[in-house]
Design a binder for this molecule. Structure first.
Ligand code: LCS
Length: 395
């Protein structure tokens, strides 16, 4: 590709990371389904192990199909380098264990995906790496919550499933001033809608299972950041814990990414209309969607997001019982966890994705028993609303 040109995100999503196999001319990325790579001589093998010569060695340390995926996401996020993992949780644990040691502290956004919360509890109990949650509404609340041993600020924005936002420029600035690494879980937005590195944050990660893959057929994670940080993680927590991505899964993700732009535009368009429909519905008491002017952080959403995404959370006037009835009546929307698929998915955070979090902590995060999360797919809008309408009539 023309190195001097600043390619657009859609072009990068299609072309970055792989440019026609010179040996065969294959347009599509080859799946290098191999565990190991043959050295042309003993000396070459020794040089590769010593890091004196570039080249593949063993698929836990790098694989060409996986590298193509890593490069594509790094380019989309405007990062120097990327590292792929077997799941979003493998990515998060590799980052936290790679950056922190016993005695360090992590300052987190007020809400987090349930298993991230579970991981934080585990590393606190077993390894003495402590954490605390902070609403992060303004600079003072963050600076006050920092501890002398805070080494990482870790945020989701929007937060799963409450949809609350964190100001990325604000945490990027605080991180730089205080020399604390800022880590952003960008799963809900995808690099098409939000690029935290542009706001001064250090590391961005995703559950690539979601919008990046987009088709509900792969579980994966990706981390991007500076070349130096990614090399450190590659040679420590990725190499020695080993939660690597399989070549076939990397192929599916590269394929999924080619349509990221058009998928995200459609997710945003559908979700905006569904959020407006729900906000007007007589049985709905609250709708949390950053694209609604009534959303408390709508101005921040417009500032840092290029679109409002595909996820909506809402509460019904009839609370939990009404929610169960509604969820049992959907026909087109699927009752399933995960999000960001082309299919619309509906789930109940308190009893499903966030059930690992004790009820009192869940309530502090704003995850009520009546909250329902809808990942709006790219089906025809009229069909989604038809399904929600008939399901809500029972609630
Ligand atoms: N980060 C966020 C924001 C997530 O939503 C998830 C999974 C993860 C990390 C972990 O990624 P995984 O290991 O599953 O690839 N979220 C899920 C959810 O909300 N429903 O099912 C999984």
């Amino acid at each position: 590709m023309d190195k001097d040109r600043k390619w657009g995100l859609n072009t990068k999503a299609i072309h970055e990371g792989y440019h026609t196999d010179p040996a065969t001319g294959s347009l599509s990325l080859p799946i290098y389904q191999t565990s190991t790579f043959v050295f042309s001589s003993a000396e070459e093998g020794a040089k590769r192990f010593a890091g004196e010569e570039a080249g593949y060695v063993y698929s836990r340390l790098g694989n060409p199909t996986v590298s193509a995926f890593e490069q594509k996401v790094a380019a989309l996020e405007k990062a120097e380098s990327g590292l792929a993992f077997a799941s979003g949780m493998a990515a998060i644990s590799a980052v936290l264990l790679g950056l922190l040691k016993t005695g360090d502290h992590i300052l987190c956004s007020k809400g987090l995906y349930g298993c991230t919360f579970g991981l934080l509890g585990l590393i606190q109990e077993r390894f003495g790496i402590t954490y605390s949650l902070c609403d992060m509404n303004d600079e003072t609340s963050i600076v006050t919550a920092l501890q002398p041993n805070t080494k990482v600020i870790y945020v989701e924005t929007p937060i799963n499933p409450t949809m609350q936002l964190v100001d990325l420029s604000m945490i990027g600035k605080i991180g730089k001033q205080k020399k604390i690494k800022t880590v952003v879980d960008n799963t809900f937005m995808s690099p098409y809608l939000q690029r935290p590195i542009e706001h001064g944050c250090d590391i961005v990660l995703h559950s690539a299972t979601k919008f990046i893959g987009g088709h509900g057929d792969v579980v994966a994670g990706i981390v991007v950041g500076s070349k130096e940080m990614m090399e450190t993680l590659r040679m420590t927590t990725q190499k020695d814990i080993g939660g690597i991505l399989a070549p076939f899964d990397a192929y599916l993700l590269v394929r999924g990414l080619k349509t990221l732009g058009i998928r995200m535009e459609r997710h945003c368009k559908n979700a905006q209309k569904v959020a407006e429909y729900l906000a007007e519905h007589s049985k709905v008491s609250q709708v949390y969607y950053p694209g609604l002017p009534s959303f408390t952080q709508h101005a921040l959403a417009k500032k840092q997001m290029d679109g409002f995404g595909g996820i909506i959370s809402f509460e019904l006037k009839g609370g939990y019982e009404a929610g169960v009835k509604m969820m049992n009546r959907v026909r087109l929307c699927k009752r399933a966890v995960s999000l960001g698929d082309v299919d619309s998915l509906i789930q109940h955070p308190a009893s499903m994705t966030h059930s690992i979090i004790p009820a009192t902590d869940r309530e502090k995060m704003g995850i009520t028993n009546g909250l329902i999360r809808l990942s709006v797919g790219i089906e025809d809008f009229d069909d989604i609303v038809h399904d929600l309408d008939q399901a809500l009539s029972s609630a």
